[in-house]
Design a protein around this ligand. Structure first.
Ligand SMILES: [Zn+2]
Length: 277
């Protein structure tokens, strides 16, 4: 897959991306977060919006958001209720007293948006695009930037540096496929993801991601044609090269494929074992 890399972003800095849009990268690097969560500062006609305040237990990150905005924030926007995105919401909200904006239903009881959006809603000039798959409550946000670029904040649905984890039950592979296909129909110039650098010509990578997932699914079907196997065994076969720290996540991805294939009557289950249907 043609993933992008970038040098480690300057810690604590407000890094300009294009007129009206910048990011501060939280200091939560890891095998699933790259250099950390991207917190975006977006100038809108209703004031400055902070998209994804980042992880909890990183008070310096909230300090940086306050420092770079002078605390002049209109709204806190959330792409999805995973801890590396909403963890800092409570502290940022306590210090700025502004409303949070996110999907109608949250997948984590610790977060509930004050202002609830569904797919297609327009808020402060940003159009919410419901993209379940990585998370059931996942929203991308589309906006036309002052320089004319059609920007999509793609969060963790499509990232420039890596594929996404699809972990049931909040992650759903069938939804994920549909949400990738939804982005193929759009005409965005650039994706700004939840982790990693900006992605130009984004549909090329989206197409690769769909191809990659179909190849995984075919590999699972091929393996099961040889005989029944557990989710773990399938992961072990398919992801023999994977970083040991990502084996659990890889197993969740395989399970997500199997659940999709089960609904499509391609596989069936006997206890712990999967077989071709
Ligand atoms: Zn994330």
């Amino acid at each position: 897959m043609p993933f992008l890399t970038e040098p480690e972003p300057e810690r604590g800095a407000n890094l300009p991306i294009m007129p009206g849009i910048s990011r501060i990268v939280a200091a939560n690097p890891g095998p699933m977060t790259y250099f950390g969560t991207n917190t975006y500062l977006i100038e809108t006609n209703e004031g400055l919006v902070v998209l994804d305040p980042g992880p909890e237990d990183h008070p310096e990150h909230v300090d940086n958001i306050i420092r770079h905005t002078g605390g002049q924030i209109a709204f806190i926007l959330l792409s999805h209720a995973h801890h590396d995105h909403f963890g800092a919401v409570a502290e940022l909200q306590a210090r700025t007293n502004v409303p949070t904006v996110g999907f109608t239903t949250s997948i984590d009881e610790r977060f509930e948006a004050d202002i609830k959006l569904k797919g297609g809603d327009v808020f402060a000039g940003l159009t919410a695009v419901h993209t379940p798959g990585h998370a059931a409550d996942h929203l991308c946000f589309a906006v036309k930037a002052p320089n004319g670029d059609r920007v999509l904040f793609s969060a963790d649905h499509v990232m420039s540096w890596s594929t996404s984890i699809v972990s049931p039950p909040n992650g759903d592979m069938k939804d994920y496929f549909n949400s990738l296909e939804l982005l193929l129909k759009r005409e965005d110039d650039v994706f700004l993801p939840g982790h990693g650098p900006e992605l130009r010509d984004p549909r090329a990578l989206v197409r690769e991601m769909l191809t990659h997932r179909m190849a995984r699914e075919n590999a699972i079907a091929k393996k099961l044609a040889e005989g029944p196997a557990s989710t773990y065994t399938l992961m072990d076969t398919l992801y023999s090269q994977v970083n040991p720290r990502l084996r659990k996540a890889a197993e969740r991805n395989v399970l997500a494929h199997l659940l999709k294939m089960e609904i499509e009557h391609k596989v069936a289950r006997d206890g712990e074992m999967w077989r071709a249907a």
